[in-house]
Write a protein that binds this ligand. Structure first.
Ligand code: ZN
Ligand code: ZN
Length: 225
């Protein structure tokens, strides 16, 4: 091992990155993206600058989903879907639950629903605090961004920035709670829904094998709770 290799190896170890990640040297904006024989496992919580290549059949990657609460953002390149992090909802009093955990609620992707979440009473029954949005400033003071691109029968993913806030609760628990509340809400005054228009943004499938087809990011349907 040469001195250069040695220091590169050390820095990769120190950064906590493995060889798998090191093999990705492309950038999502490159005209041609390299083929990879070995596809990556889906990463629910990608963090720091990272890149992955996913199988087109992987449902999570087809949905462009993430553990982080990410919303669609305008991108100058219609071939690449760009998303930015919405941060996490925390308690204004920074209370601690009985299980020792703090409140880390998932911000709604829909703007209107998210505005309604902010200022709501803290879900901890022993706390008089309200929910506050802790924004993400992990990418040079701006929210962390995720990029998704379908290219030659694979899905390329790139993240830029390091989240400077705790992980929001997982989608499944947020959805379960929403459903419970939606039922209650339905009993009271009927269910209201809003459809986020940020999903107007679409991007083209540049896969030359199949005929070019327009991909529309799935419409975010959320309940006003
Ligand atoms: Zn609280
Ligand atoms: Zn973030």
């Amino acid at each position: 091992m040469t001195l250069t290799e040695g220091s590169a190896y050390l820095s990769s170890v120190q950064d906590g990155r493995d060889d798998k990640e090191q093999r990705h040297t492309w950038d999502i904006n490159d005209n041609i993206l390299p083929k990879s024989k070995q596809l990556d496992d889906f990463q629910e919580w990608p963090d720091e600058n990272c890149r992955y290549i996913y199988n087109m059949d992987l449902q999570e990657s087809r949905r462009h989903s993430s553990g982080w609460a990410m919303r669609n953002t305008n991108n100058h390149n219609a071939m690449i879907l760009k998303k930015s992090c919405l941060g996490v909802l925390v308690c204004s009093q920074d209370c601690i639950l009985e299980d020792g955990e703090k409140i880390h609620m998932r911000p709604a992707i829909c703007d209107k629903a998210r505005r309604k979440q902010i200022g709501k009473p803290c879900p901890n029954p022993n706390c008089s605090g309200v929910l506050e949005l802790m924004s993400c400033r992990g990418h040079c003071g701006y929210p962390v961004t995720h990029f998704w691109r379908h290219f030659r029968s694979a899905i390329y993913f790139q993240a830029k920035g390091t989240h400077d806030h705790p992980r929001p609760e997982q989608k499944s628990s947020a959805e379960a709670r929403r459903k419970i509340r939606a039922v209650k809400h339905h009993w009271k005054s009927g269910t209201k829904t809003c459809i986020e228009q940020s999903s107007k943004q679409s991007f083209l499938n540049p896969d030359p094998v199949s005929s070019p087809k327009k991909i529309t990011a799935g419409k975010e349907i959320c309940l006003l709770l």
